[in-house]
Ligand binder design. Structure first.
Ligand SMILES: *[C@@H]1O[C@H](CO)[C@@H](O)[C@H](O)[C@H]1NC(C)=O
Ligand SMILES: *[C@@H]1O[C@H](CO)[C@@H](O)[C@H](O)[C@H]1NC(C)=O
Length: 373
């Protein structure tokens, strides 16, 4: 059994840090520290409205009714009826809502910034020209770090950045985009995965270089089971509209490569910590057993049209204008053809915050936020 015990002095307290092969709780310093900030990266699962500000198409935007109907009462640019996972995490961490990058003035970002962009993936090719790719998100983060340093000074900005939590939802669109645009890639699944992991790794290293230490990754959900892909299956002649196994298998490949990659980084970067939220497990469970999560309907979306309301037309502003909207959104796991409802996100965020190692490991977010670096 691998057991390494290292000791160090930290703020004058003697602290023991144990690395077990199984999940552990990181050591919490009793020293008073400022609230850890939250920096957010990735795709539409996390985008709080960045795509409202870029030159894109309505395929990558959601800033119209009924998006936002359950919470904000106006469309913020979040792809749901209300709040997203980072909004709940900010609340649990006693932070204000984390603003989209394009909404920060030069003032309000000591609590963090959200760089996520709907439609983006780990690869620059994914929906290129319509989204802010991950590498550009890193570039924007570097701008923020630079301004922060000017504002609060080198010592304090270093402390804010190293104490902050960096949360990612990315990778799904690298698999959705080729499928939905019917494009062929001159890569094998294995090569494609290596590119994805390689690009993701360099972004994580880039943040580390700026001082980031605590990383949270969502793995990929069962991509073949979202209403859009079921509808595509119906279109392809699969009568019952079951999940598309091929793309779910690609997500599984990603999900087994992810912890390997993160572990490898841990060897290279001395102060780096990470945790993985098993989004695949909770989403698959919610689909197979919706009542466990309080839902009645887990295959059909609340908003959209066609089979499973899987045609991505919610709000009628995209190519397809017709759409239906369910009466009771609280019964549904999926709000539109691709994205979960606020109620689903809330439950997932709670699991991330104080869940057990079967869904979030090696740390839950509560301990990662409190963890000293
Ligand atoms: C926005 O995109 C459209 C089409 O992709 C293009 O014609 C237009 O020049 C772009 N506008 C700006 C300001 O980049
Ligand atoms: C990033 O992805 C591109 C393909 O989009 C690939 O050519 C490049 O090698 C990847 N970078 C790394 C570091 O893996």
């Amino acid at each position: 059994m691998a057991l390494i015990i290292s000791s160090l002095f930290h703020f004058g307290f003697f602290v023991l840090v144990a690395h077990f092969a199984t999940p552990i709780v990181c050591i919490i310093s009793s020293h008073e520290r400022p609230q850890a900030a939250l920096f957010v990266f990735g795709d539409s699962l996390f985008d709080p409205g960045n795509n409202n500000y870029i030159n894109t198409t309505t395929d990558f935007q959601v800033n119209w009714w009924p998006y936002g109907e359950s919470f904000f009462n106006y469309p913020t640019g979040r792809a749901s009826d209300g709040r997203l996972i980072p909004d709940f995490i900010a609340e649990y961490a006693s932070l204000p809502l984390i603003p989209p990058y394009f909404q920060i003035g030069r003032q309000h970002f000591v609590h963090g910034v959200n760089f996520a962009s709907g439609g983006s993936g780990c690869l620059a090719e994914t929906n290129r020209g319509f989204v802010i790719d991950l590498k550009t998100q890193l570039k924007y983060f570097k701008n923020v770090a630079k301004v922060l340093k000017k504002k609060v000074g080198a010592t304090e900005s270093k402390q804010i950045l190293s104490n902050a939590v960096y949360i990612f939802s990315t990778g799904s669109n690298d698999y959705f985009a080729p499928l939905l645009t019917n494009s062929r890639f001159p890569y094998s699944d294995r090569e494609y995965l290596q590119f994805i992991m390689g690009n993701l790794t360099s972004v994580l290293k880039g943040i580390y270089k700026e001082g980031g230490r605590k990383f949270v990754m969502l793995n990929l959900g069962p991509l073949g089971c979202v209403p859009t892909i079921r509808a595509l299956n119906v279109q392809n002649g699969v009568k019952n509209g079951s999940c598309m196994e091929e793309i779910t298998n690609l997500a599984k490949m990603f999900n087994s490569a992810l912890p390997e990659m993160l572990k490898e980084l841990e060897k290279q970067l001395s102060e780096y910590k990470y945790t993985i939220f098993n989004f695949f497990k909770v989403l698959a469970e919610s689909i197979d057993n919706p009542t466990k999560y309080g839902f009645k309907i887990s295959e059909t979306a609340c908003c959209g049209t066609g089979p499973f309301r899987g045609v991505f037309s919610c709000g009628g502003k995209r190519q397809v204008k017709e759409y239906e909207l369910c009466k009771n959104v609280k019964d549904y796991l999926f709000f539109d053809s691709v994205h979960p409802t606020e109620l689903a996100y809330q439950q997932y965020a709670e699991l991330m915050w104080n869940g057990t190692p079967d869904v979030v490991a090696p740390y839950n977010l509560k301990s990662l936020f409190e963890c000293s670096t």
